[in-house]
Write a protein that binds this ligand. Structure first.
Ligand SMILES: Nc1ncnc2c1ncn2[C@@H]1O[C@H](COP(=O)(O)OP(=O)(O)OP(=O)(O)O)[C@@H](O)[C@H]1O
Ligand SMILES: [Mg+2]
Length: 282
């Protein structure tokens, strides 16, 4: 199956179905359910990214802080306890003051030997925070030391704890995550959410695999969605309407058949190409 990444992303308002998964998410955000971890596994092209985009849009509509991290890319978040933590804080609109405080001694020697005096100032000042975090050299060996990683992990948790309302973290393409990133994710976000240390954080992962967890250990506390269903003929008709075309049952059935019984990626391709040709019947 061709990678969906080569296609232009479908506008979010054209994404159909996924009500069930959306409901689970909304419940978690509202604090109605016990579970605040949602792990979605589905094969290529079954709409994991689309689902996460729908959730992201929901957060935007409700003005909820939300971060979206996609691991499918050439560069990885080396030194995740700094880089990933920094990125998440930035997207959530949280000033990483504690992280900055812990990184400051390293920042003094990093970034091409800039002296700490050059970035003197109060760590509560956003400009100083940015300067300190940007000035750290990612190749600094101390960043690889266990105690430093632990300190940065604690600092990140403290930064997240400075807000009370729900914080939503969406992680996509989990199958592309590096070992180092995944260890960080497990230790610094998933486990603290699981144990209640981060009780206002909701995490959703999407990927062709679940996070590297013992399913039996987590299934009581996390929603494990092991498949996204294919799209039905009704969904295809709905997609047609959203594209401005009323599809007959027969047309929807044909698209469903051509798309290997509703594989979302293929539904998108077949529907668009048939509509572009001015019809959907055989
Ligand atoms: N719910 C949906 N409604 C309409 N179209 C969808 C839906 N889900 C997926 N699609 C179509 O399938 C394409 C691929 O979806 P998406 O990129 O979300 O799949 P994926 O599971 O993330 O794939 P990959 O494993 O390659 O990352 C989308 O560009 C869109 O055309
Ligand atoms: Mg995807």
């Amino acid at each position: 199956m061709p990678p969906s990444a080569v296609q232009a992303p479908i506008p979010v308002e054209r994404i159909v179905d996924r009500d069930e998964q959306r409901e689970i998410f909304e419940e978690a955000v509202a604090g109605a359910g016990e579970k605040r971890l949602i792990f979605v596994r589905a094969d290529d092209g079954y709409g994991k990214t689309c689902l996460l985009r729908v959730l992201k849009e929901y957060c935007k509509d409700k003005a909820l802080p939300c971060c979206y991290i996609e691991f499918k890319r050439t560069d990885s978040y080396d030194v995740p306890h700094l880089t990933l933590a920094r990125e998440i804080c930035e997207q959530l609109g949280i000033e990483p003051k504690h992280l900055c405080d812990k990184i400051r001694p390293l920042s003094a020697s990093g970034g091409g030997g800039r002296a700490s005096t050059e970035i003197a100032g109060d760590v509560t000042d956003s400009t100083v925070i940015t300067q300190v975090l940007v000035n750290v050299s990612l190749t600094d060996e101390s960043l690889q030391k266990g105690p430093v990683k632990q300190r940065l992990k604690r600092a990140f948790l403290q930064d997240l704890s400075t807000t009370q309302g729900p914080l939503i973290c969406l992680f996509d393409a989990l199958e592309c995550i590096s070992g180092e990133e995944e260890t960080w994710l497990l230790e610094t976000l998933l486990q603290p959410v699981l144990t209640g240390e981060l009780e206002h954080v909701i995490v959703v992962t999407g990927g062709t695999r679940l996070p590297n967890i013992h399913v039996w250990e987590w299934q009581g506390d996390a929603h494990l969605i092991k498949d996204l269903p294919p799209l039905t003929e009704e969904h295809i008709q709905e997609l047609g309407r959203r594209l401005g075309r009323e599809l007959s049952q027969e047309e929807a059935h044909n698209i469903w058949q051509y798309s290997q019984e509703g594989i979302p990626l293929l539904v998108g391709i077949v529907t668009m190409s048939l509509l572009a040709r001015g019809g959907a019947s055989r």
